[in-house]
Design a protein. Structure first.
Length: 152
């Protein structure tokens, strides 16, 4: 995880939230209230982490829209848990899957390309010191903290 790109970390968080929502639905269908509660809380914690990673000053309108989406999804999971309703979880699940696919596309666009062929010593070397997200100028990706950051 320490070497994962910011976009990859976001995809991994979405994967976790999707998994926990699916497990909450299964628990709800079998009457496992404790499993329902635990899995919904785990999904809510992931949404909280996603919200905490946003920097609306840097990310602008995109980050603000993501914040609104995450708040809405969080509220849906709270409602589902309080009222023992599957519908809000299913709605959240669909939305998480849709946004996850967008992040997968971003991840694919920001993934490092194939290794460059050997160059002569006089040829300029591409610096890998610049974080990938910044090298592509994405204000949203630069708002995602890496593991070990103070905000993470």
């Amino acid at each position: 995880m320490e070497t994962a790109s910011p976009a990859r970390l976001v995809v991994m968080l979405y994967d976790g939230a999707i998994r926990f929502c699916s497990m909450a639905i299964e628990a709800m269908q079998t009457g496992d209230r404790e499993g329902q509660h635990i899995n919904l809380l785990r999904a809510q914690n992931i949404l909280s982490e996603l919200m905490g990673s946003l920097d609306c000053k840097v990310g602008g309108e995109v980050a603000e829209n993501l914040m609104r989406l995450y708040l809405y999804l969080y509220e849906q999971l709270v409602l589902a848990n309080m009222k023992d309703q599957i519908a809000p979880i299913k709605q959240t699940l669909v939305m998480l899957q849709d946004v996850r696919e967008t992040w997968r596309e971003i991840e694919g666009q920001t993934a490092p390309s194939a290794p460059e062929p050997e160059r002569s010593p006089a040829a300029p070397q591409r610096s890998s010191a610049v974080p990938l997200a910044r090298s592509h100028g994405s204000p949203v990706l630069t708002a995602i903290p890496r593991l070990g950051d103070q905000r993470a």
